[in-house]
Design a protein around this ligand. Structure first.
Ligand code: TYD
Length: 205
């Protein structure tokens, strides 16, 4: 089973992915954890190009292709083999981030992006996706308050991040079977409990 976590910057995905991963391991599930962009030696090198504040002149088309390149390597090297051996793969971001950020954020057509994503991933889409939902401004403020690394993507205007958040809602509405929307503007414990309840229903534990 392939589970992904999505959401605007500062929605707390990374914290939750780790907490949920630990809980599922305690319950005896075999878990592989990945994060995007990155997750393999080659993908981490591509991540460095994407996130580096030095690369402010990067055009959106380059950005799209680099995210796809990092993902292609991750799918081939890590995700597909893990799924084939029956593991649960949990990824901190995946292809929906490209649809939300490069699609709704930068205004590229969804259909074109889906074709690129299908090429990059060999048509691999998640079975279940959690949207950790938070207003864009609150998310960015959290990143500043927690003194998290400020990267080239965070540096886009607030309006961009608002389009991303609305985009996520449109993606979720178009495929409610796959998506679970979680209010991420609560304590870490409350968010974790909500995710675990929904997982219990989906994984029957
Ligand atoms: P990261 O530091 O991993 O942030 P987060 O903790 O929010 O995941 O940075 C990833 C950034 O890259 C984030 O702003 C989202 C963006 N991104 C895209 O624009 N498109 C993509 O396909 C992916 C995977 C990420």
């Amino acid at each position: 089973m392939f589970i992904t976590f999505e959401g605007p910057d500062g929605s707390g995905k990374t914290t939750q992915v780790k907490r949920i991963g630990r809980k599922l391991i305690e319950k005896g599930f075999d878990i592989v954890y990945t994060r995007e962009p990155g997750g393999t030696e080659i993908s981490d090198q591509v991540r460095e190009i994407l996130m580096n504040m030095k690369n402010k002149q990067m055009c959106p088309r380059t950005e799209i292709l680099l995210f796809c390149a990092a993902r292609a390597q991750l799918v081939e090297e890590v995700i597909r083999p893990a799924l084939q051996s029956g593991k649960i793969v949990i990824s901190d971001r995946y292809a929906d981030s490209t649809l939300a950020y490069q699609g709704y954020g930068h205004g590229f057509e969804q259909e074109t992006l889906k074709q690129l994503l299908n090429f990059a991933t060999g048509n691999l889409w998640p079975d279940l996706t959690f949207l950790l939902d938070i207003p864009a401004e609150k998310g960015l403020r959290r990143r500043i308050n927690n003194q998290e690394e400020w990267n080239r993507m965070d540096d886009y205007q607030l309006a961009f991040h608002e389009r991303v958040r609305n985009g996520y809602h449109q993606l979720a509405a178009a495929d409610p079977q796959r998506w679970e929307i979680i209010d991420a503007d609560q304590s870490e414990e409350a968010v974790e409990n909500e995710i675990m309840q929904r997982l219990a229903r989906r994984l029957h534990f």
